[in-house]
Design a protein around this ligand. Structure first.
Ligand SMILES: [Zn+2]
Length: 857
């Protein structure tokens, strides 16, 4: 930053622009780089970009004229995966080359045609974390060791998987800046390319997003080839394309902009570790790469030798430079294509479904649609609201219902997250195992967030259109609803027309019924848990009132939480601020809720651990982070009622970092001593909550009479990675309180349970007996989970082990299942075995796979 500040004061071709602050409160900037004339007129060029980005009311002729006048805006940054260190370094070199190269005709043309938005990093906090870690280890045996912390406050590597959810500050700052500047190209640098190639460039591998605008895909392909040609011109060998990086998941911050008609992509430059050099011989190469055979998309195979930080920087500078060169040469096409691609999407959804999405305000959790719609609005999707009731396609929609009309330029953003994903059945070879998706296969937000959304199958009528008013303004502080404590400016205040009379995206007001001095809250609402935690902080107490177990053919009913001991005005304020549906009651029975929670922190920091922390912080849970040392010290039951083990591989939990691979204080895992302490904790009445594959750790180490039935099934028979499946729940069990009896859950590399001789406890959720439970994504071999349990409450001594075979807080997206984790955090201390549950809910299939059908739904 000091270097960029020096350039800013020395040159009239570079201006630093402040964009806000990072999660850890650092001031954050990018640099605008262009000719002095362009920078002097940058506001005019930004206006042109905005006009072309939003084509409504513009003629092709006018768009053509603006395209001739305007400049191409190109976002390039130094990356966000902070252990990939060359990216940030290359921005310094690139800035210098642009400013010092005005005598070079190619550079001069770039400065004339292009306005470069150069970000030293889009994760400055992580950059500092990794740099500090590396500096503390250089020259020691731990020079290339991994840091024991994530390189973003909460989410580490998942920071480029947050583009449509915008859960962390960095994603919001970048998205907000893009809406202000609407760049034509977004280019994010990553490392590493598939060994031994030296840089991976687009085109992407299959599959790409099913709704990617084709003109943008073609543009990215051309830029990929322009970069490759530039690398060859410079004698930089080893560029490759396509495998293994597909572009199916739109949560990538470097791909979602495609759906906004921005040519968005990333590259992957080779990396050894951090800034440490490494020498490779051909014997280090995989056998298939040793023949150095030139290929269509790998025309100059890399032959080995030294690879240093400087080499990575130089490849990146070339890739960035030839992207700018492309933008300079194709300036007018870039501007016009931005307009044309948006115009064509508006036309597309005037002629084909979905014509709109309807989202009623009244929902199981009335805050969930608000969380969903605010994210879409922040990403530039225009949302309307009905100012009177209408009937459409035979459905009555009350006034207040939100409508997302699809004849808008950013419609594909809404389509991409509200539509069901049908992941193509790609195989490694015919009849072979499924080709593994690089990331999630299905993520449909209406399922994940438990929001009822109806797609319009026929064109909107005049009646509907005349009742629609665009929403605007932000009368409620985002933090009151979203709760993560970061600044979140109005999504509507940038680049969109606003209607001062319209009402913003706010939940139905909170309301209470009944009488009495205690407040009963419904666990179907996530905000009920904010209320519970705030009440505890204020000195109140909370009890759990059990629901009633179901019987043959009928699901049970959910319990609820009753808050007492806080003032009436404080309770009323919670109802108002949290938009709660609550009931006053005189009742104060039920089990007291205790909240002494520990979150296990491994020195191999998992993103699931980060997301768990994000979720607990967002909903005001107090908890203690414990490490191996706390486990080894024992006496856990004196300190805690509940211990949460986030998803992590069982071997990684047990053994942690190998001896000698990290500074000694970060060596090792839970180990035998920790296992004994956890076992005693549960036997003495504690609750151990295990997410996804950490369940397998508990099954093995605590010798639970439970088996993961999909553990050893080959990938060509059973495969599900990152998809949404339907489960049947037992809402009468406290951990499932507030869940619908049929629920959508996010599943990925997840265990599926059956119980063995000696099992005591109950099933919390199960898969259907026959047929596929797939709702969105990809599932092969449903017969391997039919009839088995998706989550269990295992009684162990006087305590419980909760095994959750899905991802209840996956990337902060699955709002519909957050409550499973919340309930589990409060399921400590006073629960007695089986007292709430319905014994008829689930019976383990017998050895022959036959199930006792009595009592199944
Ligand atoms: Zn990366």
């Amino acid at each position: 930053m000091a270097y960029f500040r020096a350039l800013d004061s020395a040159s009239d071709m570079l201006t630093l622009v402040e964009v806000g602050q990072t999660s850890e409160g650092r001031d954050w900037y990018f640099a605008l780089i262009s000719s002095p004339e362009n920078l002097a007129n940058v506001e005019r060029y930004r206006e042109i970009v905005q006009r072309l980005a939003h084509p409504a009311g513009l003629t092709d002729e006018a768009a053509r004229q603006l395209s001739q006048e305007g400049k191409a805006f190109v976002h390039i940054d130094g990356g966000l995966h902070a252990s990939e260190v060359a990216g940030a370094q290359h921005t310094i070199q690139l800035a210098y080359d642009m400013l010092a190269g005005a005598d070079n005709p190619r550079t001069a043309a770039i400065l004339d045609n292009v306005i470069l938005m150069l970000w030293p990093s889009i994760n400055p906090d992580g950059q500092n974390i990794v740099a500090d870690w590396y500096h503390s280890n250089v020259g020691t045996p731990y020079e290339i060791s991994s840091p024991p912390v994530l390189y973003q406050k909460y989410i580490g590597h998942d920071n480029n998987r947050d583009a449509y959810m915008l859960n962390v500050t960095e994603s919001r700052v970048v998205a907000r800046t893009w809406r202000r500047w609407e760049p034509h190209i977004v280019f994010v640098h990553h490392q590493s390319s598939p060994f031994p190639t030296r840089i991976w460039l687009p085109p992407f591998a299959e599959p790409i997003a099913s709704n990617a605008p084709p003109l943008m895909s073609r543009t990215v392909n051309m830029i990929g080839m322009a970069m490759a040609q530039g690398l060859e011109q410079n004698g930089q060998e080893g560029a490759t394309h396509m495998e293994p990086f597909d572009a199916w998941y739109p949560g990538y911050i470097d791909y979602l902009p495609m759906l906004q008609h921005i040519a968005a992509f990333w590259t992957e430059t080779a990396l050894y570790r951090y800034a440490t050099p490494h020498f490779y011989t051909i014997n280090d190469f995989p056998a298939r790469s040793r023949d150095l055979r030139p290929q269509t998309l790998y025309a100059s195979p890399w032959k080995g030798g030294w690879w240093r930080l400087r080499d990575g920087v130089e490849y990146m500078v070339t890739a960035s430079y030839y992207t700018l060169d492309y933008a300079s040469k194709y300036r007018e096409d870039l501007l016009y294509n931005r307009y044309q691609s948006g115009r064509d999407i508006i036309r597309k959804y005037e002629q084909e479904p979905p014509y709109a999405y309807f989202i009623p305000q009244e929902q199981r959790d009335p805050v969930a649609p608000v969380e969903l719609l605010r994210r879409l609005a922040f990403n530039g999707v225009e949302i309307s609201r009905l100012n009177s009731a209408v009937t459409f396609d035979g459905i009555n929609y009350p006034a207040g219902t939100w409508v997302i009309p699809m004849n808008q330029e950013f419609a594909e953003v809404a389509h991409g997250v509200l539509d069901v994903q049908t992941y193509p059945d790609l195989r490694e070879f015919p009849e072979g195992p499924p080709d593994q998706p690089y990331d999630a296969a299905g993520w449909t937000l209406s399922y994940q967030m438990g929001v009822d959304v109806t797609a319009a199958a026929s064109p909107l009528t005049d009646e509907v259109r005349s009742a629609m008013v665009p929403v605007a303004g932000e009368p409620v502080d985002w933090r009151a609803v979203q709760g993560i404590g970061t600044s979140f400016d109005s999504p509507m205040d940038v680049g969109f027309d606003t209607d001062a009379t319209a009402v913003g995206i706010v939940p139905l007001p909170g309301r209470t019924a009944g009488s009495g001095s205690n407040l009963a809250v419904d666990p179907a609402q996530n905000n009920s848990f904010r209320a519970i935690n705030q009440a505890i902080e204020e000195g109140g107490s909370v009890r759990f009132e059990a629901g009633s177990p179901g019987d043959a053919g009928h699901p049970g009913t959910s319990g609820r939480y009753v808050i007492s001991g806080i003032s009436r005005s404080s309770a009323n304020q919670m109802v108002r601020d949290l938009a709660l549906r609550a009931e006053w009651t005189g009742s104060n029975s039920g089990a007291p809720v205790r909240r002494r929670i520990a979150l296990y922190r491994s020195w191999r920091p998992s993103m699931d651990q980060g997301w768990s922390r994000w979720l607990l912080d967002s909903y005001d849970f107090a908890y203690t982070r414990i490490t191996n040392g706390d486990l080894h010290a024992g006496r856990l039951r004196d300190r805690f009622d509940v211990i949460l083990l986030p998803a992590e591989r069982p071997q990684s939990l047990l053994n942690g970092n190998a001896k000698g691979s990290v500074p000694p204080r970060y060596e090792g895992g839970i180990g035998d001593m920790g296992v004994r302490a956890l076992d005693k904790f549960v036997r003495d009445g504690g609750t151990l909550v295990c997410l996804n594959n950490s369940s397998e750790f508990a099954i093995e180490q605590l010798h639970l009479p439970v088996e993961n039935v999909v553990a050893n099934i080959p990938r060509d028979e059973y495969f599900v990675s990152g998809s949404i499946l339907e489960i049947q729940t037992d809402p009468s069990h406290p951990v499932m309180a507030g869940m619908p009896d049929r629920a959508a859950v996010f599943v990925g590399y997840s265990p599926v349970f059956t119980t063995l001789e000696g099992f005591e406890g109950s099933a919390l959720a199960k898969y259907q007996q026959v047929g596929s439970p797939l709702l969105s994504g990809y599932l092969l071999g449903e017969e391997h989970l039919n009839g088995y349990a998706a989550a269990l409450d295992v009684v162990h001594g006087d305590g419980h082990v909760i095994l959750i075979g899905f991802r209840p807080q996956w990337r902060g997206q699955s709002f519909g299942t957050f409550k499973v984790l919340f309930n589990a955090m409060l399921y400590g201390g006073n629960v007695s075995a089986g007292s709430f549950s319905n014994p008829e809910f689930w019976t383990a299939p017998d050895q022959n796979g036959e199930t006792d059908k009595s009592g199944t739904m």
